[in-house]
Design a binder for this molecule. Structure first.
Ligand SMILES: Nc1nc2c(ncn2[C@@H]2O[C@H](COP(=O)(O)OP(=O)(O)OP(=O)(O)O)[C@@H](O)[C@H]2O)c(=O)[nH]1
Ligand SMILES: [Mg+2]
Length: 251
């Protein structure tokens, strides 16, 4: 069985390679990544986290099957995007301090619509369906990509993209498509390297640095952090970013 160390080296080599291949217009398969050895004793204690008052007030508003069904395009919203099963809905729940606000599932591809949560009358969080799930039929994926494309091009109130990537599978081909969408409209991006509890601290930090370097090498402007919904780590930094993008920081 592979240990975390070998897996990390392979992963880091893969990040540069995949960013290069994306720029060449060629595509490579998503890498797989070895889980950490089960050295449970190294697990850090769960830090105390109190969600911000504003985010704690978030409520479910509606599920939109297409961008046309979204609420009025005014105020500010943050989209939570990422590969299927990356931990988008879990991150949304962790940030709002509400365990069951967005639906979390072991079955990839569960969030099928644009699920809208209202922070207040002028601010929203949008839980987007995950992409890249092989069992979703090609035709459905195409419709979905067209919808995403439209959403990113036309949505004026979209103020930031929170991109969730499993720390064991960062910067997949679809993630790079999302980064390209964001770059095309100069949309600020913050990357959560999710499920960081699945790797040892050293291995997770190596991935963090490699992703940062990979993005810088390709002038893809995005902030990046390690994040774990289950261990509740990285929540302060992520909250700050969300609040700044929603214009809540100075309130
Ligand atoms: N260990 C660990 N598991 C997590 C974490 N975050 C999410 N998970 C698990 O990963 C699975 C998928 O989580 P979701 O939050 O539903 O992922 P999603 O990106 O919203 O998935 P889709 O809506 O299907 O695209 C669930 O079984 C979660 O419990 C984390 O930080 N650590
Ligand atoms: Mg989801």
């Amino acid at each position: 069985m592979d240990g975390g160390g070998d897996g990390t080296k392979r992963a880091i080599a893969g990040i540069g390679r995949r960013l290069r291949s994306h720029h060449d217009g060629t595509h490579t398969a998503a890498m797989t990544y070895a889980p950490k050895k089960s050295t449970k004793s190294a697990a850090p204690k769960k830090p105390e986290f109190k969600p911000s008052k504003a985010l704690a007030a978030t409520t479910f508003l509606l599920s939109a099957p297409t961008p046309q069904h979204l609420p009025l395009d005014r105020g500010a919203e943050i989209a939570f995007a990422g590969r299927s099963n990356a931990g988008k809905s879990s991150a949304l729940n962790a940030l709002t301090g509400q365990g069951a606000l967005a639906r979390v599932s072991k079955t990839p591809g569960r969030t099928q619509q644009l699920v809208v949560f209202q922070v207040d009358e002028e601010r929203r969080l949008i839980d987007l369906p995950g992409y890249g799930f092989a069992k979703v039929p090609g035709a459905v994926q195409e419709v979905w990509h067209a919808a995403l494309d439209q959403y990113f091009r036309e949505r004026q109130s979209l103020s930031g993209l929170l991109l969730a990537m499993d720390v064991r599978h960062p910067l997949t081909e679809y993630d790079q498509v999302m980064l390209a969408f964001a770059r095309a409209r100069l949309l600020p991006v913050h990357i959560l390297l999710t499920k960081s509890d699945k790797l040892g601290r050293g291995a997770a930090t190596d991935v963090l640095h490699a992703v940062r370097k990979g993005l810088a090498d390709h002038r893809a402007a995005a902030s990046v952090q390690l994040f774990s919904s289950t261990e509740r780590t990285g929540l302060d930094v992520a909250t700050k970013w969300v609040e700044e993008r929603l214009g809540l920081a100075s309130i």
